[in-house]
Design a protein around this ligand. Sequence first.
Ligand code: M6R
Length: 614
Amino acid sequence: MCGIVGYIGHREAFPIVIKGLQRLEYRGYDSAGIALYDGNQINLSKTKGKVEDLKNKAKEISQAGSIGIGHTRWATHGVPNDVNSHPHYSNSGNLVIIHNGIIENYEAIKQELTKRGYTFQSDTDTEVLINLIEEVKKTEDVKLGKAVQIALNQVVGAYAIAVFDKEKPDEIVVAKLGSPLAIGIGEGEFFIASDASPFIEFTNNAVYLEDEEMAIIRLGKEIKLRKIKDDAVAYPRILELQMNLEEIEKGGYDHFMLKEIYEQPRAIKDTYRGRLLADQGLIRMAGIDLNMEKFLNANRIIIVACGTSWHAGLVAEYIFEDLARIPVEVEYASEFRYRNPVITDKDVLIAISQSGETADTLAAIKLAKEKGAFVFGVCNVVGSSIARETDAGAYTHAGPEIGVASTKAFTTQITVLTLMALKLAKAKGSFSETKYREYLSELETIPNKVEKSLESNALIEIIADVYKESTNCLYLGRGYNFPVALEGALKLKEISYIHAEGYPAAEMKHGPIALIDEQMPVFVIATKKGHYEKVVSNIQEIKSRKGKIIAIVTEGDEQVKDLADHVIEVPETLESLTPLLTTIPLQLLSYHIAVMRGCNVDQPRNLAKSVTVE
Ligand code: M6R
């Protein structure tokens, strides 16, 4: 969950590494560090805090040199402080490392190294790894690349590492298992990063290391890839990246989150572009077409995901069962992987992940594959680990999502999953052609309706001001909008640090209603299509206990207006498509409340964008 950056070439490394770290800060931001080689010595600076703090601290060292590695951290071992920040030196001071991941057996290795006279400054597993590499290099009398390989065969865990050796200053050795690592290939220069954003303005050519691969990146040479386990040669596949600089910048918005909320009409369109051919009554999705029999013959679909992606999975459960009449189970990937689930080759597993790097989701995929299930991925990041590990898949095409709070990932995941459900429903003949056509046309109207929903922003800001000091909030929804309630609560929690819970509205009576008093804001999704009368009854129950009601309603609704303290309107649409609209005001509410509370919206405390540790 950390970000790593490296550069070796003909330019000054410092600005490239610092800018790269800033772009990767979404991956972790409790401390940061940089090591530069100036042709003579390694100059290292690291600090608790953000990359901006590092920039200041690094004024104390020479910033010269065209080789550099840097790190932005999300602490796993050891509190965030200067000493535990990366890079870490080996005892001799010759080797320096940056690491994203966890070395699980570091304690045992540390004990062994201590017996051999090694000392450790930090509490980190990474400092143990660099000293293990040094020990191997010394005792086996091998070069850096070999020493890294031998050492990695002794460790258990996950890593993306970059290692530099002062005695071999024309190369950086990198390796990957479980954490992402991309190498950008420029003219006489190489870039190393956790994703391609740090080098996108320099090159569009990148190699993504596969698990258990390592590379020696040497100036003036081609990249050499090897398998860590058996030293077999691996051949780099150079991808041409589609990403552009504009997509990863704020574009005039105060925060990435706000930009990404406003990008949703475009992102949803991009998701169905080329797939949804409403006038022809067609949905084109190669990943489904090529595997139609697997889906149609499946006993059930199991959806695995985490966080917001799990909420999109819950919406998909309703859509798949409702439209395609295929039984669906939705599981937290972290629970699924450890509970010895019954999986057979008649199951289809759909893994949903924005980043495509979430460790638990990845592990759930591997487990399902071992048991013979067909695994389909719904990812945003092209070329990500999950995209590569799955048998087939569909990208969401949302564009880079940088704010830690997922927004456009959620709506585009629902869009892809809706297309899939409709396609399967059509193949199964589970609903009429007229209804099918109605869905296709309605889906095409969603970007405009999202645009319309965004027009409530000014009103939402006023409402946010009223509730910004709340300490607890409830979110209620039924049917398709129950997962939206969960998602609304998650958004508020993670960026404004206000305690919030989402519930199916009918569950209120079974406990949570005891919490209602005049201090409690209750956000209720009460659209016309979707158990409207039942939700209205739930609103009455809250009102009679003096709770504050903020309702998301269908345009023109009068009934709820009379009951609620505030209403926010969204356009009317088919019931199964309402989550694409009702989630918008909840995203904006969380955003404004967080800004008003002075929270760091894009980088909330304790979090990281991609959770590559379990
Ligand atoms: O990249 P993924 O979609 O696999 O990430 C899953 C969760 O970590 C993610 O959705 C997280 O819950 C977000 N911070 C929610 O806004």
